[in-house]
Design a protein around this ligand. Structure first.
Ligand code: SF4
Length: 163
């Protein structure tokens, strides 16, 4: 066991409602004291202003990908992370964020036409594994908190931080 090493993690959000981020902040009420001893939160914009992407052990990625800019950011995260874990249904499957891919009503399509014309959105919203290799998934909408704690525990053991 390496008592000096901390698990270096990043938390990223793309196209989604960010409910897993909210859930994570709630979970910190119970886990922060324990996790602070074991984890370095190197990139977590909802919680801190000084964030760095370099040298992550694990990147947790929430949300689906809806633009080329996002796809490029995601690839950059992959390049800087030993492992990537998809968080929640939008990241794992694309849905429900990707529901606009299947809009058929003229009225709905008319309403989103403005956004599609004025912002740099891709034609389709896609899951993150369409762009990068994903090592693990924490499913749920929002994520299953028990599965997230298990995933954190798995990587703490993998990096020899806990037994
Ligand atoms: S998976 Fe559900 S809770 Fe998570 S971002 Fe998507 S819609 Fe929101």
């Amino acid at each position: 066991m390496d008592t000096n090493k901390k698990l270096v993690i990043g938390w990223f959000s793309f196209t989604c409602c960010e409910d897993s981020t909210i859930l994570l902040t709630e979970m910190l009420n119970d886990h922060l004291t324990e996790w602070k001893k074991l984890i370095e939160f190197r990139y977590m914009k909802p919680l801190k202003s000084n964030n760095r992407i370099e040298g992550l052990d694990v990147a947790f990625v929430e949300g689906a990908i809806s633009s080329e800019v996002q796809a490029n950011e995601l690839k950059k995260i992959r390049e800087n992370s030993k492992y990537v874990v998809a968080i929640g249904a939008c990241a794992c499957t694309g849905q429900p964020s990707a529901s606009r891919n299947n809009f058929v009503s003229d009225e709905i399509n008319y309403k989103i036409a403005f956004y599609m014309c004025h912002f740099d959105y891709s034609k389709n919203v896609q899951k993150i594994s369409d762009f990068i290799k994903v090592d693990d998934q924490v499913n749920g909408c929002p994520m299953d908190p028990k599965a997230f704690v298990e995933a954190v525990g798995k990587y703490l053991k993998l990096f020899n931080i806990t037994q």
